[in-house]
Design a binder for this molecule. Sequence first.
Ligand code: NDP
Length: 306
Amino acid sequence: MTPRILDGKATADAILAELKERAGRLAASGGRPPGLAAVLVGDNPASKVYVGSKVRACANLGFYSERVERPASATTREILEIVRGLNDNPAIDGILVQLPLPAQVDSMAVLSAVDPSKDVDGFHPINVGNLVLDRPGFVPCTPAGIMELLRRHDIALRGKRAVVVGRSAIVGKPMAMLLLREHATVTICHSRTKDLEAVCREADILVAAIGKPAFVTEDFIKPGAVVVDVGINRVSDPDEARRLFGGDERRIAQVLEKGSTLVGDVLPTAMWEKSSWYTPVPGGVGPLTIAMLMANTLKARMERQG
Ligand code: NDP
């Protein structure tokens, strides 16, 4: 069987083009642009890259954005004050607090302080509850993007067996809820799951959100399954890259020339050999996260008066 690629980059581009058109119509009618504030605490290099990409995405769509930065020594009280200020700021429709926050900051208190109507990451307990109750609200961007990817590739979910490996509040749990909403029969697995391989082998739709490079191998994948790989891990050893990517010389060259390449939580050769559809890493799930953040920001703007 030749598997087909769930092309996240093309899907994200299509979503962004639709959003740009809608934002253009809003501007043409004299409406205020959607506004997103990104709160970045500390010097985590990956967080800086993510916030940079989000601010750039806003600029590309004609959205207003603000970047609020604080040093790694910031206190919970300081971050709460920033969030409250943004809650009251009429130019801001969406607030994202880049995670992880430094250990001394109470992340739950901060996320719970975001006005639920500006909670474009969907992490506020009210929005988590709305998701579970099938009520309108904001849905976390990565799982929302995966659903959009599956929908736009006509992947049937009703009555299918779906297995989600990972139970984080950001990916695994909301992913499971969204698949359930589309009438899949969903199993959530985690580090204490017994006989994980056998559970995964029952999946028509297998979602891996673990954070361990190439953890899911051939033995986890039912032939013909749809495999969604959420993981983003870096590989810098050329021999390891050779093992993971088989004969894909391009990837090995990347490690030799650039020092590393990306691999997901699924062994690439296993995905290529056993799935019917799969998300590549990079270019699968990753691009959709930012596209859905932009979609949530426009939604927040349209739901707000003025
Ligand atoms: P977390 O570390 O919060 O959660 C990982 C989950 O995997 C936990 O539920 C954990 O179980 C489970 N797990 C860990 N080891 C095993 C194991 N041996 N067997 C079964 N389950 C295991 O990670 P996130 O959910 O935040 O992220 C997961 C991956 O997705 C990461 O690689 C991250 O970089 C990536 N990611 C990608 C995004 C994108 O835009 N593409 C966005 C967000 C994340 P337990 O709960 O029992 O500890």
